[in-house]
Design a protein around this ligand. Sequence first.
Ligand code: UGA
Length: 454
Amino acid sequence: MRVTVLGLGYVGAVAAAALAHDGHDVLGVDIDRGKVERFRRGEVPFHEPGLDELVREGVSRGILRFAETGDVGPGDLGELVFVAVGTPSQPSGAADLSQVEAAMEWLTGLVQGANGMWGDAGDRPVVVMKSTVPPGTGRRLQERYLAAHGIAYVSNPEFLREGSAVHDWFHPDRVVIGSESEEAAARVRALYEGYGAPIVVTHTTTAEMIKYGANAFLATKISFINELANMCDRVGADVEVVARGIGLDPRIGPDFLRAGLGYGGSCFPKDVRALDHLALVYDYPFELLRAVIAVNSRQRLLPLFALRREFGSLAGVPVAVLGLSFKPNTDDIREAPALDLIPLLLQEGAEVRAADPRAAVRARAVLPGAVRVTDSALEAVQGARALVLCTEWEEFRRLDWEDVAACMDEPRFVFDGRNALDRERLEALGFRYQGVGRGRPVGARLGVPAAAKP
Ligand code: UGA
């Protein structure tokens, strides 16, 4: 099939390269000329494992081409036009749909210029929305932009995780297709038949709600385990064992029960806020979501509270922050906990140095100049009295902790914000270890009795 993919972020780029790998003739389109040129050379402008190979394969086979939006004519449009542009948060929490609207205008502009190129509706391109848009958006876009041109709309939400997006594309646990047009839904369905995943075909708004429901539920699961972790710290229980114990119940399941500094990234925070905002617009207070958001905002500050308890004042305390991406295997720093934490540490006088194996360059561009940013953990911990692990990169787990101990100064306080380190080993090496929900002695400061160690 001929497919156009508009928007070459990690969703659009993976879709374009994967569809080309499957043998479709794909044109990847973006407004950013520099990005387009890099893709043409077979380069991926961000870190996504496995994507470079896939892009190079498609480009060398001549089956994956790239163009800037302004250079695309109506004849270049495929039978399917995937839209994978950003839908960031507005200050109100609402999804900012300006890029989606611009995509619709671009497309309808091309269709208007087509001058009878297409005969009946069957020949016209079908819009396939990959961008996450609030429930109700698709029907509105269909009425406002597409109906007059006889173009059908399909909501086809993505469930790709950054860092394993290529794997997730080829191994979906389900495919969701929402449309008011059976023919259009069937055209999209054909793309996915070979993947062997269950395919849910439904109406547009229901498909959109599936996407929000999935992300909101996963975010809720994370905030729930974080609430339990905070209780574990107070009563002296170990949340890691609690998570295993409850996760063995198949009705609960073991995934997304990792306690820590909470969720970040380009998806959960914005989608949960957007659903909360949509609820407000529909005059429905979605109380549970409010709590999920509040818990997540507080969770990322736990290292600050722990450091205050440990040092009293943070003035002049050298603190190493390890992990600046929102999760491992990506250089994406959007809504990364470290980026909220570091300015607060600086504000309290700490001397912050930070390390990340992939995201150092991006983080340096947004962090205050006072922070020394490096890609080497050993450099960051040199002379530090405290270390905060914000992202559980394999490189950090595998550090030579004897070396780290030798580089750091007393009291060698480690806040393991992802419960990723070996507590016993670190304690044996003389670190003062604290995880999230791993049972710490609760001091008189909290006004509750000291809890026993688990
Ligand atoms: C998430 C979803 O997992 C994808 O299914 C979805 O397609 C995507 O959003 C999207 O809407 O585009 P992603 O943001 O890449 O994918 O990352 P996840 O691996 O889901 O992790 C999200 C955040 O939750 C990370 O900050 C991670 O550290 C945190 N997390 C995850 C926890 O704190 N605990 C857990 O148990 C799991």
